[in-house]
Design a protein around this ligand. Structure first.
Ligand SMILES: [Zn+2]
Ligand SMILES: [Zn+2]
Length: 280
């Protein structure tokens, strides 16, 4: 990966600027509010507009690295590219040489996306449906080659098997909640309510290594060992709390999954996990 100074008047920078005009305007507004709230700058100081420029510069670098273009429809594609850049060799030096604007920009954009696509990839409604199906199901057949599960649902009134296919993560999520005994893994006294779907205590599944980080691994992180069962409050906290509060919970969860993480080809230490949450 070549980190170089990207100028605002380069052809591709300008093209991207036009392509993401609206999104970037919204992002700048968000960044302005955020930095003002954090007491780091006053509105109009220009910090937020620097962040906006750095999103473009980083995307130009990402395109040079991948040689494929940014997907203009996909907000998360931009976020994934920014998070990826931070893992690449040479980034640390680049960040310092650019007065740490790249890091500040990536953190801010990551938070911005979270407000727009909260708890993405963890479809709670679908999840609830699967909890129901599995509580009624008499067999689950796994086709690991394509990461899809089939369940056979034996409905008494229909006297026939209905085979349904589900993405692997959703079944694994139910498994994780079952393993946690339908309790919150932060504190098993956190109580919620009985779910209509399966009459168990309602819990939500959270991928400890976020699904967006899958590309750094050669094997699936979509497995129950990487999924934790959380009460809704702890789940929201992990996604939306300030860093200090997030760290407290992540440390607890890291400890619980430490043996799983240490089995990795490149073991995941706590700092690496934090970096997936934009905590540096
Ligand atoms: Zn989550
Ligand atoms: Zn909890």
């Amino acid at each position: 990966m070549i980190f170089r100074k990207v100028a605002a008047n380069e052809k591709r920078t300008k093209e991207l600027k036009n392509m993401f005009m609206e999104l970037l305007e919204e992002f700048e507004k968000y960044a302005e509010d955020l930095t003002a709230k954090a007491g780091k700058s006053v509105i109009g100081s220009g910090k937020a507009s620097s962040y906006r420029r750095y999103v473009l510069k980083l995307l130009v670098l990402s395109e040079e690295y991948h040689t494929n273009q940014v997907n203009s429809e996909d907000l998360l594609d931009i976020n994934n590219r920014l998070l990826e850049i931070r893992q690449l060799e040479g980034y640390k030096q680049y960040n310092i040489s650019e007065d740490r604007f790249p890091n500040a920009t990536i953190n801010c954009y990551n938070q911005f996306v979270e407000t727009k696509v909260p708890i993405n990839q963890e479809d709670l409604i679908k999840q609830n449906e699967i909890d129901y199906v599995l509580s009624k199901s008499n067999s689950i057949i796994k086709d690991s080659s394509i990461g899809i599960y089939e369940t056979q649902l034996d409905l008494p009134e229909q006297k026939e098997y209905i085979t349904q296919k589900y993405e692997r993560s959703i079944i694994e999520a139910t498994k994780a909640k079952e393993l946690a005994n339908w309790c919150c893994e932060i504190d098993n006294t956190h109580s919620t309510f009985l779910a209509k779907s399966n009459n168990k205590q309602y819990m939500e599944a959270h991928h400890l290594i976020p699904v967006s980080a899958q590309k750094y691994f050669n094997y699936s992180i979509d497995c129950s060992s990487n999924i934790v069962s959380l009460c809704p409050n702890c789940h929201r906290l992990i996604h939306f709390a300030n860093d200090a509060e997030k760290i407290e919970l992540l440390q607890k969860l890291y400890k619980k999954r430490e043996s799983f993480f240490s089995d990795f080809e490149v073991p995941i230490d706590q700092d690496r996990l934090f970096s997936y949450y934009s905590i540096l």
